[in-house]
Design a protein around this ligand. Structure first.
Ligand SMILES: *[C@@H]1O[C@H](CO)[C@@H](O)[C@H](O)[C@H]1NC(C)=O
Ligand SMILES: *[C@@H]1O[C@H](CO)[C@@H](O)[C@H](O)[C@H]1NC(C)=O
Ligand SMILES: *[C@@H]1O[C@H](CO)[C@@H](O)[C@H](O)[C@H]1NC(C)=O
Length: 481
């Protein structure tokens, strides 16, 4: 299972609020649950989720010929390569919109994380939070909370001073977890403090240090990052890890799936609107329903960590079927809202499998070991910069095709990192240690031929990719070594 019971518990509270959000007019809300320490777990208050923000066409100028939208993959504090990518793109803040897919922080150098956070905060860059940014947010909330405990600030300062002395005196790098284990054994009298560190949290690890070093402004920037961005004008989502098109426990055509039913037009919206406007309203409603009603998408932890589907369960592991495959499976069956005219839009699928929907696009990061993963209707941008591979951006807008230099470089990336066929990953060096062991065991099923053909259709040697209904984007990257 992907989420621990405590997270699940917190998530239920979030889901309840999500629905409040969903039926209200606000564009975002903050989780403001009361402070409760659930024994051994993460108190809801530390999670500080903002579920969803909606992006207007001005903030995502897909159809403006004078502007570009640049969506950058997982930076992980690799600030110099991030700047190199912006240079390569001749990034111009006055005409370009920059968006990140989360995991801007940690794993790279500490000062690289601080520089990246400074850039993002100073320029108020749009983005979503990644699972590592989330840990920084949680530590920051914990630091504030421990400061409210009688003697907490002093205990933390003394413990941290001992840790720093120990690292200064050690010949090799000390592991804060090992050191802490010793401390906990040595200092039983601090028991009441040790109990205040939530299970699994790494005191004095880099997430802690970034949380401690960041300014209040930077903390506010991070906390404002939502789990998902919805761009109705582009029929697109940006999430860090992924989302499901339908609940895998039921067939995609089951009436409980949001994509299997045409949403109801809100009262008063029907009369004035022409057919095209009506379709746009319904598409937007259906897209929001996928986020709000597919049960797995209502668990915040999943949006931050999801990688695969195994049987009918979601997992953060690399083995199993990539969620993006399920996404594509359903999107290719979207045949529009008009029941009588249900026509397969992209390829011939059996009529009984068609769905009354329109496809939506997901741009995401998180899956470094799968690398750049371009499918029709989903674009995975984590090409493993922090593992010395590449930092990748998707460039959209009419100006998107203009890149001055180094074309061969990008074509090379495409060849090396695009998952060209299911089960055949172009992930050469497997740098990601904690994932090295996993074997890929994809369900190659009925989609593999489609997959191959559509990957060919969806990108070509110039680094151009299809985006959304009828747009072209471009993949641009820099080497991180
Ligand atoms: C971080 O600091 C080190 C040493 O002080 C320096 O070599 C490195 O370039 C810095 N990195 C960034 C991204 O600022
Ligand atoms: C950052 O931008 C968002 C909208 O994208 C806005 O709501 C927020 O107030 C801005 N924050 C700052 C500090 O300017
Ligand atoms: C690749 O896509 C671009 C942009 O649509 C197009 O101009 C170009 O002709 C395509 N190249 C090939 C080989 O299909």
């Amino acid at each position: 299972m992907l989420q621990s019971p405590v997270r699940q518990l917190c998530a239920f509270a979030v889901v309840a609020l999500f629905f409040v959000f969903f039926f209200s007019t606000g564009l975002s809300y903050h989780f403001d649950g009361e402070a409760r320490i659930l024994s051994g777990g993460i108190p809801c208050q530390f999670l500080q989720y903002v579920v969803l923000k909606t992006i207007s066409p001005v903030e995502f100028p897909l159809d403006d010929p004078t502007r570009r939208t640049i969506i950058v993959g997982d930076i992980h504090g690799s600030y110099i390569y991030f700047r190199a990518l912006l240079d390569k793109l001749s990034y111009n803040p006055s005409s370009d919109v920059l968006i990140h897919v989360g995991d801007i922080l940690t794993k790279g150098s500490h000062n690289g994380s601080m520089d990246t956070l400074d850039f993002m905060t100073t320029h108020n860059i749009t983005g979503v939070r990644g699972n590592h940014d989330q840990k920084v947010i949680e530590w920051r909330a914990w630091l504030a909370w421990i400061g409210t405990q009688q003697g907490g600030t002093r205990w933390l300062a003394q413990t941290q001073a001992r840790w720093e002395t120990a690292t200064d005196e050690a010949e090799n790098d000390l592991d804060p977890e090992e050191w802490l284990k010793d401390e906990i054994n040595k200092r039983k009298e601090h028991r009441r403090w040790w109990k205040k560190i939530p299970a699994g949290w790494k005191l004095f690890g880099d997430h802690f240090l970034v949380a401690q070093d960041m300014s209040e402004e930077q903390a506010a920037y991070l906390r404002a990052l939502p789990l998902a961005l919805h761009i109705p004008s582009a029929h697109a989502f940006i999430v860090h890890a992924g989302m499901l098109p339908s609940d895998p426990k039921y067939k995609p055509t089951h009436p409980r799936q949001p994509l299997a039913r045409v949403p109801k037009l809100p009262r008063g919206k029907g009369k004035a609107a022409n057919e095209n406007e009506k379709t746009q309203v319904l598409r937007t409603l259906q897209e929001l329903a996928v986020l709000a009603e597919v049960p797995q998408n209502t668990v915040p932890y999943n949006l931050l960590n999801l990688r695969s589907i195994v049987d009918t369960k979601v997992t953060k592991d690399n083995f199993g079927k990539p969620w993006s495959k399920a996404w594509k499976h359903d999107m290719l069956r979207c045949a529009g809202f008009d029941k009588d005219l249900l026509m397969p839009p992209t390829s011939v699928k059996p009529v009984q499998e068609l769905l009354p929907c329109y496809p939506a696009t997901v741009v995401y990061g998180h899956a470094a070991s799968r690398g750049l993963d371009i499918k029709r209707w989903s674009i995975g941008l984590d090409s493993g910069c922090v593992y010395d591979r590449r930092l990748t951006a998707l460039v959209l807008g009419s100006k998107g095709a203009e890149v001055d230099e180094d074309e061969g470089d990008d074509v090379d990336t495409m060849r090396r990192f695009v998952v060209q066929r299911d089960g055949e990953e172009k992930d050469e060096d497997h740098a990601e240690k904690d994932q090295e062991e996993h074997t890929d065991d994809y369900d190659d099923g009925d989609e593999s031929k489609d997959e191959e053909a559509s990957n060919k259709k969806n990108k070509n040697k110039t680094g151009s990719v299809r985006f959304g209904d009828a747009h072209q984007g471009r993949i641009v990257s820099v080497s991180c070594s």
